[in-house]
Design a protein around this ligand. Structure first.
Ligand code: SF4
Length: 460
């Protein structure tokens, strides 16, 4: 009973979040920056922020996370961080030799009002950025938005800074994968390769945040979108942005600057969202869907129909990031389950309408809340008043799951107490099978654990 003080009675709160379902903007910006090859993220703020962001990413991915910081002190807080950033740029290139420094701001530098564009321009004029090297930035004030907004801002900054147009359209599609695991990014590339579609994908954290252990430490792993890939984005025939909250801004930047038409889709999690993703790739690239993909879809359908009896009608509480929640909810509805409480701390303005679309007839029975006041405490109170059969969310949900004795499927960010998320995708048909297997295992394990002896079954 770790959360024994959570009362059933729900009181209106206007300026207090308890266990918010989000974390801070720069974490997202830092994660996105690792999706560029030979890139060192730089935190323009105090050391504490950078240490927190690095440690959260390290704990989630179980990988060393390198990032530099402007190391603000009391003096910097008063006089601004220009001198620190200029010095940092010079030191980082001299010591760590990245191709790119991706700078993001923090609450402090935003409050001071440091003009990053001007400081970086000065660094270039002063000769602190070597020939052929790059420094760009995203503004990520953490007193608004969430880690998803920080990710989105950094992706849009990549599109704005790197993409070029030669006016020669390339037979390739820009793919902005959204905030997903490195395993998901690898799976997205694999689906496109199976269809015979060439992608310019960024960011790409596969082979960066899930590096193979070779015995040799690589400061810059072999993965990440190359500069050539990023530059070529202005010449692609179209952009597919997966997850509106994380990817739409980047896609719109490319559309505005280079007229590269974009399709913004929900993350390809579950049957229908994966169908739409594959169909969009197929249509834009004018290719045929090979049997291997159709067969994989068929295996998912088979599993769904075989196991329908165990999941049908089950009530589910979900919390986390908007893009994940919309697609997960659609998959749950497709399985005959009932997304009952859906909570995100990210203030995505279109979240309610997207949820209504995927919930369909079930929309009136579900409680959906986003942004300010949408926290795990509130979701827990709802659960105490009207329980659910399953909880889906990041590691922080384990306290609620334990208190309420309900199965818990870890999904989203951060996952600090389990492994697997960086290695096994949840996107695509195979990913949907993995998700279904995890939900089934949770539900059936509880059934086994609590069944009276006379109805404890070998075959279920
Ligand atoms: S919320 Fe602001 S001050 Fe706190 S760690 Fe994030 S950026 Fe730093």
């Amino acid at each position: 009973m770790l959360l024994r003080h959570t009362p059933k009675e729900v009181l209106e709160r206007t300026s207090l979040a308890i266990n918010p379902a989000k974390t801070c903007q720069p974490i997202g910006a830092m994660y996105a920056a690792f999706g560029i090859h030979n890139c060192l993220p730089h935190s323009h703020g105090s050391q504490g922020c950078c240490a927190y962001h690095r440690s959260t990413l390290t704990r989630h991915f179980k990988e060393p996370v390198m990032a530099s910081t402007s190391s603000f002190t009391e003096g910097t807080s008063v006089f601004g961080g220009q001198a620190n950033l200029l010095q940092a740029i010079q030191t980082v290139f001299a010591t760590y030799n990245p191709d790119v420094i991706a700078v993001h701001t923090t609450c402090l530098s935003e409050t001071i009002g440091d003009d990053l564009g001007q400081i970086i321009a000065k660094a270039r004029t002063d000769g602190k950025i070597p020939e052929g090297k790059h420094v760009f930035h995203a503004s990520t004030p953490s007193y608004v938005g969430s880690h998803v907004v920080g990710f989105s801002n950094m992706v849009a900054a990549m599109a704005n800074y790197f993409a070029e147009s030669t006016k020669q359209t390339k037979k390739q599609i820009n793919l902005l994968p959204g905030w997903v695991e490195p395993s998901d990014m690898r799976a997205i590339k694999s689906i496109a390769a199976t269809l015979g579609v060439k992608l310019a994908m960024f960011p790409d954290t596969s082979n960066v945040m899930d590096q193979p252990l070779t015995g040799v430490h690589e400061f810059y792993p072999k993965g990440g979108a190359t500069l050539d890939t990023l530059r070529s984005a202005g010449d692609s025939m179209a952009t597919i942005a997966l997850g509106p909250s994380a990817s739409e801004a980047g896609a719109k930047a490319l559309e505005k600057k280079f007229d590269v038409e974009s399709s913004v889709l929900e993350l390809p999690i579950g049957l229908q969202a994966t169908d739409r993703f594959i169909d969009t790739l197929r249509t834009i690239a004018d290719v045929k869907v090979p049997d291997s993909i159709t067969d994989e879809r068929g295996r998912l359908l088979d599993m769904m129909s075989d196991m329908h009896q165990y999941v049908s009608g089950k009530r589910v509480a979900l919390f986390g990031d908007p893009d994940q929640l919309v697609s997960l909810s659609e998959f749950l509805v497709c399985l005959g389950m009932k997304p009952t409480y859906v909570v995100t701390g990210t203030p995505a303005v279109d979240f309610d309408s997207r949820m209504e679309t995927v919930l369909g007839d079930q929309a009136s029975q579900a409680k959906v809340k986003r942004g300010q006041g949408a926290d795990m405490y509130l979701m827990h109170q709802w659960m105490k008043n009207d329980p659910v059969d399953l909880l889906i969310g990041n590691t922080y949900g384990k306290y609620i799951a334990r208190d309420e004795n309900i199965p818990f499927v870890r999904h989203g960010f951060p996952i600090l107490d389990r492994v697997g998320h960086s290695y096994f995708p949840t996107v695509g048909y195979a990913g949907a099978m993995r998700l279904l297997e995890k939900m089934l295992s949770g539900i059936m394990d509880k059934q086994d654990r609590e069944a009276p002896e006379e109805s404890f079954e070998l075959v279920m």
